[in-house]
Design a protein around this ligand. Structure first.
Ligand code: ADP
Ligand code: MG
Length: 231
C-alpha cells in the first residue's frame, strides 16, 4: 500500500538546511496498523505529511497503492490523490467550528461532488458507526474532546479511504478517551483498513501491530508486536 525508498527531507532555515529525514525505507502492506514512534523533533510529522501528500520529499521514491507520488505534482492532482486514497486525523481534531457534527463529516463528500442527500445519509451512517448519531446537530464546542475526535474519525472514514493517517490522534485526550479512540481504530483495522498512527505515547504504540521507531530522521527499529486487542 505504501512504499518509501531512501526518502530525504530538508527544511530551509535561513541560509542553512536542516536535514530532517535521512534515508527512510518503509513498506506497509494493506491492512497493517502501524505506529510511528519517536521523541519530539524526530521527524514524525514530516514523514506523515509526506505520506499524506501535504508535503514532498526532496529525494527518494514514494509509491501509494502503486501510484508514484512525484514532487512536482499539481495541487489539484495532489488533492485528487488525497481524496481518493487518504483519510486524516489530527491531534487538534480540525473540525469546522461553525458546522455541526454531521456537516463536518459530510464535508469531504462535498469536495468529491457527492449529491447533498447522499452526503447527509453517508455522514449519518458514519456518525452512527462512531456512536454519535444522537449528536449529529451538535456544534464542535458542544462536544467533549473524545467526541470531537470520533467526529474527526467519522469524517476521515466517510470517503472510504485506503489509508488512515493520524498524527498524535490521542495527544489531547485523557487516558480513558485515548483507550476508546484506539479501540475504535483497532476495530476498523480489523475490518481491513490500513492505519498509520504517529504517537510519542508507548501506551498507544503497543496497541498497534507494528511499531516503527524514528530517531533523528532515521528508522532505528521496526518491530512487529503481538497486538493487545482492546475489548
Ligand atoms: P515530530 O513530529 O517528530 O515532533 P517534526 O517532523 O514536526 O517532528 O519536525 C522535525 C524537525 O524539523 C524539527 O527539528 C522541527 O523543528 C523541524 N521542522 C518541522 N517543520 C519545519 C518547517 N516547516 N520549517 C523548518 N523546520 C521545520
Ligand atoms: Mg509532530
Amino acid at each position: 500500500m505504501i512504499s518509501l525508498k531512501n526518502i530525504h527531507k530538508y527544511y530551509d532555515i535561513g541560509h542553512n538546511k536542516l536535514h530532517v529525514l535521512k534515508g527512510i525505507n518503509l513498506e506497509i502492506e494493506e491492512g497493517e496498523m502501524v505506529a510511528i514512534m519517536g521523541s519530539s523533533g524526530s521527524g514524525k510529522s514530516t514523514l506523515l505529511n509526506i505520506l499524506g501528500i501535504l508535503d514532498y520529499a526532496d529525494e527518494g521514491e514514494y509509491l501509494l497503492d502503486g501510484v508514484k507520488i512525484e514532487k512536482d505534482l499539481s495541487e489539484s492532482k495532489a488533492a485528487d490523490y488525497r481524496n481518493k486514497f487518504l483519510g486524516f486525523v489530527f491531534q487538534s481534531f480540525n473540525l469546522i467550528s461553525f458546522k455541526n457534527a454531521m456537516e463536518n463529516v459530510a464535508l469531504p463528500l462535498y469536495y468529491q461532488k457527492v449529491k447533498r442527500s447522499q452526503r447527509n445519509s453517508r455522514a449519518m451512517e458514519y456518525l452512527e458507526r462512531v456512536g454519535l448519531d444522537d449528536r449529529a446537530d451538535h456544534m464542535p464546542n458542544e462536544l467533549s474532546g473524545g467526541q470531537k475526535q470520533r467526529v474527526a474519525i467519522a469524517r476521515a472514514l466517510v470517503t472510504h479511504p485506503k489509508v488512515i493517517l493520524a498524527d498524535e490522534p490521542t495527544g489531547a485526550l485523557d487516558s480513558q478517551t485515548t483507550y476508546d479512540v484506539i479501540k475504535f481504530l483497532q476495530k476498523i483495522n480489523n475490518e481491513g483498513k490500513t492505519i498509520l498512527i504517529v504517537t510519542h505515547e508507548p501506551e498507544v504504540a503497543k496497541q498497534c501491530k507494528r511499531v516503527v521507531h524514528l530517531k533523528d530522521g532515521i528508522i532505528e527499529r521496526d518491530e512487529f508486536i503481538n497486538q493487545e486487542v482492546l475489548v
